[in-house]
Design a protein around this ligand. Structure first.
Ligand code: GAL
Length: 419
């Protein structure tokens, strides 16, 4: 059944409703000569994107020094722990990275982030972002973050020369993948490379999406799909079958080294978001000749989206400079400087499409296509809050060991926080 991009986005977020934000003493503002920005864009393929955004920020704000507080580690798994301690200790940076969607739920409830609605109105952003995205970040009429991009989670990366030597073309379904995997393993290659826990969750969400379809996948997060139903248990079984064809026994340390196994030809495929496009370019590879990508099995014409955004923490030492940083993040110039480097498409609908080439030309077109179905990523903060995600992480690390789908489904359903 077809679901429109706006419809699905709306369905995923309609239930977001939170109590009012906590109070707090008025910040003691320092002069706005610098801005400390906290992110996890420190590794190859990510830092280049941040650098491009910072260079454009410096052009518009020559008097403000940029203090880069990035903490390395894919998907922010390490950074977000460091950040949580800083926020609890009343030591916020001037702005921090967060995913648009439910990831900010707890921070909003704790009163850690300011409402930016006035900035949206001042900058005229409300009709420059997709309606579904604005809805996703609006909580009780307030907006607490500025989206800088749209990433796609459901992509399968490969090297054409590796597939040619194996006589294969990318699989359209997970059943196709499993058939291919036996042939790939016989040739001494790893069918699918994988990294740490968050990359395993990233694989899980996209196997569920590919086997269950967009509508049923979306229901996993809104309560519309029963985790213990036969189709979900069967999809979890597919996940364990796929994982058994990966190098999960000796996982790579992060997403870049997992992709390296594809680059060097020791693995055939890697399932990763389109930040992989930026990373593969840093390796000197050129799209279509040096690397290729398809929608992950079973997800053709579905965009499993996530959006990087920035916030204004309550008590930020340099709120004026922080607002200028946010203006940069929300601007056409900023987004068109950042996204072509980062491997993402602009969150704004009026950015300059001509700046997006290679893989990104197709991504921009597919994101804008009214026929593309949009669902939200679990791993990257769209559909579940941090508390539910943490419970899923714990259950998943057990599931990866014991492969007990029934127990995993029960644990995930029990961990759901309705916010
Ligand atoms: C995601 C983030 C992306 C990229 C990726 C790998 O959570 O949204 O921008 O950085 O992690 O670190």
């Amino acid at each position: 059944m077809g679901v429109s991009r706006r419809g699905l986005l709306a369905a995923g977020f309609a239930a977001l409703a939170l109590p009012g934000c906590g109070g707090g003493a008025a910040p003691q503002a320092e002069p706005d000569h610098k801005v400390e920005v906290f992110s996890w864009w420190a590794g190859p393929g990510e830092k280049e994107g941040l650098e491009a955004l910072v260079a454009d920020f410096a052009k518009h704000n020559p008097g403000i020094a940029f203090d880069n507080a990035a903490v390395a580690g894919g998907a922010g798994t390490i950074a977000r722990t460091v950040l949580a301690t800083r926020l609890q200790n009343d030591d916020p940076p001037d702005s921090y990275q967060a995913h648009a969607g439910r990831e900010l739920t707890e921070d909003i409830r704790a009163g850690y982030v300011e409402d930016l609605r006035d900035l949206y109105e001042e900058q005229g952003w409300l009709d420059k972002l997709p309606g579904g995205l604005v809805q996703a970040i609006t909580v009780n009429g307030a907006i607490h973050c500025v989206p800088v991009n749209i990433h796609r989670s459901n992509l399968l990366w490969y090297r054409p020369q590796t597939l040619a030597s194996l006589g294969l073309t990318p699989p359209a379904t997970w059943a196709d993948f499993l058939t291919q995997a036996d042939a790939i393993a016989k040739r001494g290659l790893t069918p699918l490379s994988i990294g740490p826990g968050w990359t395993q969750k990233h694989l899980l969400e996209n196997v569920l999406l590919g086997v269950l379809g967009a509508q049923t996948y979306a229901g996993l997060w809104t309560g519309g799909t029963d985790w213990s139903s036969a189709p979900v248990l069967a999809a979890l079984q597919v996940f364990t079958d796929v994982l058994a064809r990966s190098d999960v026994a000796t996982p790579a340390g992060d997403w870049q080294p997992a992709l390296d196994r594809v680059v060097t030809g020791s693995a055939a495929y890697n399932l990763m978001g389109d930040w992989a496009d930026a990373y593969l370019r840093t390796k000197g590879l050129v799209f279509t000749d040096g690397y290729g990508v398809v929608a992950s099995p079973g997800t053709d014409r579905v965009y499993n989206f996530l959006s990087d955004s920035f916030t204004l923490p309550r008590g930020a030492p340099h709120p004026g400079a922080a607002r200028k940083w946010l203006v940069e993040c929300g601007s056409v110039d900023g987004q068109d400087a950042f996204n072509p480097q980062k491997g993402s498409v602009p969150a704004r609908i009026d950015a300059d499409r001509a700046k997006y080439t290679g893989y990104l030309a197709a991504a921009v077109a597919e994101w804008a296509d009214a026929g593309t179905r949009v669902v939200g990523s679990l791993t990257h903060g769209v559909v579940a809050d941090t508390a539910w995600n943490a419970k899923i992480d714990t259950a998943l690390s057990t599931f990866v060991q014991d492969r007990d789908a029934v127990a995993f489904a029960r644990a995930v359903a029990a961990g759901r926080t309705v916010s």
